[in-house]
Design a protein around this ligand. Sequence first.
Ligand SMILES: Nc1ncnc2c1ncn2[C@@H]1O[C@H](COP(=O)(O)OP(=O)(O)OP(=O)(O)O)[C@@H](O)[C@H]1O
Length: 314
Amino acid sequence: MTERDAVITTRGLVKRYGRTRAVDGIDLDVRSGDVYGFLGANGSGKTTTVRMLLGLVLPTQGEVEVLGRRMPRGGREVLPRVGALIEGPAFAGHLSGRENLSLLDASGPGGTRRTRRRRIGDVLEQVGLGGVDRRPVRAYSLGMRQRLGLAGALLRRPELLVLDEPTNGLDPQGIAEIRDLLLELHRVGTTVFLSSHLLAEIEQMATRVGVLDRGRLVLQEELAVLTAPTGATVVTTPDPAAARAVLDGRVLTEDGHRLLVTAADPAEVNARLVAAGVPVTGLAVHRPTLEEVVLAAASTSADRVERPGQGAPR
Ligand SMILES: Nc1ncnc2c1ncn2[C@@H]1O[C@H](COP(=O)(O)OP(=O)(O)OP(=O)(O)O)[C@@H](O)[C@H]1O
C-alpha cells in the first residue's frame, strides 16, 4: 500500500487530571482516507483525546498534529477544515435546528454567508432532519440532537470528521442511517475519526482501528490486517470424531460440530474428508473477529468494551 498523508498524528500524548492519567502516552496515526475506529470502554480516555486533538484541552505532555499543523497553535487554520461532534452538543433550546445551525455557521470561521442557507438545507437533509427543521430544539429527542450535532459538523464540508460516540442515543434504524451517511462521506473522500465503545460499530465501519485501554493505546492496525486469514479452516460436520480421525493431528479446537483445522485451503480439507466418506456441511477460511483480536491485545479492555448483545458496561 502507498503511504497516505498523515491526517492526525500524536506523539507521547499525555493528559493528567490530578493523579489520574486519563491519556497515558499515546501515538495515534490516522491517514487520509481512513475511517479510524477509536475503540475504548467508558472512561478509557476517548473524549479527553478527542478534546486534545481539537485543541479544546491542553496536553500535559506530548504533541498533536492535525492536517499537518501543530495543535492547538494551528487551530485557526485547521479547525475550519475539520467537522467535530463531541459528547452532548450544546444548542439553544428555544431555536429551531435550522436557526441553531445558522448561528453556529455565523460564529465560526470560514462559513460564507452567501452559501449558508443552501449548506444548512443540504446538511439537514443529509442527517434526516429535513422535515423537522422548524421545530424548537428543546422538543428534539436525544437522537435528533445527535443528528443536529452531526449536521453542524458537516456544515463546512470538512476534509476530516472527528466524531465522539456519534450514535449515542440513536435507535437501531438511526444508527444504520448514520453509518450509511458516514460511509458515503468516506467514499467521497472524507477522513473519519470515530470514537466508540461499541465493538460492532467499529467492526462495521472502520478501515483502521485503535484500541484504548485505561489511557493506553494497546493496538493500532488496519482492520483488514487484524482480521486477515489465520491459515486455518473452519469445518462443520455432523461427525466430528470421524473428521478428527481423518485429519489426524491437524484439529486445533473442536466446538460441537465445528472444528478448527490447520489448513489454509478449505478445498484440500474438503477433498480429504469427502474421500474418506465424512459428511461436510460447512467450510470457511478462518479469520479472527475484532472481538478476538481485542481480547488477545488486552483482556481488560475487551471485558469492558461493549460487545453485541450486551448492556453498556458502566
Ligand atoms: N475534567 C476532568 N477532570 C478530572 N478528571 C477527568 C476530567 N475529564 C476526564 N476525566 C477522567 O479521565 C478519564 C477518562 O475520561 P474520558 O471522558 O476521556 O473517557 P471516555 O473514554 O471518553 O469515556 P466516556 O465514553 O464515558 O466519556 C476518566 O477517569 C475521567 O473520570
